[in-house]
Design a protein around this ligand. Structure first.
Ligand code: GDP
Length: 457
């Protein structure tokens, strides 16, 4: 039976050939159990807490498996808040696996996904929003997503939420006190002053809520479809952006049979690219499946990169598509600008009132303009490096709930309701905000969040 109190272990670094690999062990028995496979100048249990100790990991025959540095942490001064050991091994898949197997052979069990961070949370080492940002950090695909997670880890969101909560509870307590003891606490003129605070809370929460859409684009990437007639350069664009040959590029129309997915970073943002089979009518069944998928993908995408071969001319199909595209989610690329051009931006603008970029996958012309166009469409010109973006759906939902409750309070005041009427809405807002930092959080929610984590974190 697994228990929350078992001593657990997992690899804290990727299983790959690297300089070092770290195995993290946590739980009451971590030091004594790892001691069984450790040989150094003394036993691990005799070392001072927070020390790094040289030694060897040995197998059952006493043969050395790896030369290591072992850190010993004692509760509560560790990542999880429990006794912990970190074994710094030589990176290398074979060695790491062997040491990990030896660790498990002592009776330590493999950690579940997110279990280290769950323990850190349960032991009060980090609050929920900080713990969640560990997960975002682990899966951060771009520089901006990474920075945002760091900002959250440093407690930006919790501080903000805690401040609003403490102000809410202060006001609610005053109302309660005044209702209980009207002789000493006077509610005359309370509403006017209170409404100023209320509006400030609503503004701050709204700001966080508004950042969510952009936050998800930062974290998950912008789902991007590359579309256009056959041979306009869709596969070439995908290859150009991803920096390696993934799609087959040929001169024969219709060679990209299926959709290819790729994550590429473009400056500060990540694009999840889907190359399409070229939207056109076709009798070829294999290809027609690709075309249907492409049409589906396009309607679900955040961004549509529509390519036109500027050395040829627009046909009726292009014109129809251009008229249909939503300028808020489309960038038209006039590709092959290195050749003699037949189509220019003015021609496109007769049909499409959005962003047009002159591009060449051969020379790289237009790459910076494409980045600018995407930043304009999704981030009002560019990512605000100092802004904090909400990236977690649960946080977003809780902020929306809090906002709803505060708006009810606002309505009660406008309707001239008495103070005792709206305190329950104030408490609701307080509670919803509490979920963000893990106060009054239900058990299954905790489990859900931590099971989303990566091993060793
Ligand atoms: P797709 O059918 O839209 O995926 O088009 P491909 O990427 O397979 O490209 C079709 C042809 O156009 C290939 O011969 C490419 O080398 C060529 N091509 C693509 N982009 C450019 C470009 O920017 N300039 C020039 N001169 N040729 C290009």
């Amino acid at each position: 039976m697994k228990s929350e109190y078992d001593t657990i272990a997992a690899l804290a670094t990727p299983l790959s050939t690297a300089g070092i690999g770290i195995i993290r062990v946590s739980g009451d028995e971590s030091v004594s159990l790892v001691d069984k496979i450790y040989k150094g100048r003394a036993t691990l249990t005799s070392y001072e807490p927070n020390t790094i100790n040289y030694g060897h990991i040995v197998d059952t025959n006493g043969d050395t498996v790896d030369e290591v540095l072992v850190s010993v942490f004692r509760a509560p001064h560790s990542y999880t808040g429990e006794d912990s050991v970190e074994i710094n091994c030589h990176g290398g898949i074979y060695v790491l696996k062997k040491v990990l197997d030896l660790v498990y052979s002592t009776g330590i069990r493999p950690a579940e996904k997110g279990e280290f961070s769950k323990r850190a949370f349960l032991n009060g080492r980090m609050d929920l929003s900080e713990a969640e940002s560990v997960m975002d950090l682990v899966s951060a695909g771009s520089q901006s997503s990474y920075k945002n997670s760091i900002r959250q880890l440093s407690g930006f969101l919790s501080k903000k939420v805690k401040k609003i909560r403490s102000e809410i509870i202060h006001e609610a307590a005053f109302v309660e006190a005044a209702l209980d003891d009207p002789e000493h606490y006077d509610l005359d003129g309370f509403d006017e002053k209170f409404e100023i605070n209320l509006n400030l809370w609503i503004d701050q929460i709204k700001n966080l809520i508004d950042s969510y859409h952009q936050g998800s684009l930062i974290r998950d990437g912008i789902n991007t479809v590359i579309s256009g007639r056959p041979n306009v350069g869709k596969s070439s664009l995908l290859n150009f952006l991803s920096g390696h040959e993934k799609a087959i590029v040929t001169d024969i129309p219709g060679t990209t049979r299926d959709m290819i997915e790729e994550r590429v970073s473009l400056g500060d943002v990540v694009l999840n690219l889907v190359d399409t089979a070229g939207i056109r009518k076709t009798d070829d069944t294999v290809e027609s499946i690709g075309v249907q998928k492409a049409i589906d993908a396009q309607s679900e995408a955040d961004l549509n990169l529509y390519l036109i071969d500027s050395s040829s001319s627009l046909n009726e199909e292009d014109k129809k598509f251009l008229k249909d595209f939503d300028p808020a989610s489309t960038v038209v690329l006039l590709n092959k600008s290195d050749l003699d051009t037949n189509v220019d931006s003015d021609t496109i603008h007769q049909f499409f009132n959005g962003k047009v970029v002159i591009f060449s996958t051969k020379t790289g012309e237009g790459y910076d303009d494409l980045k600018l166009a995407i930043n304009d469409l999704f981030f009002n010109g560019g990512l605000d490096k100092d802004r904090f973006y909400i990236t977690n759906e649960d946080n977003y939902n809780n902020l929306c709930e809090a906002m709803k409750s505060l708006n009810l309070v606002k309505r009660s005041i406008a309707d001239g309701m008495s103070e005792d009427f709206f305190t329950s809405d104030l408490y609701d807002a307080y509670r919803s905000l509490g979920y963000i930092i893990g106060e009054e959080v239900e058990e299954d929610l905790v489990n859900k969040i931590f099971s989303d984590f990566c091993m060793g974190k």
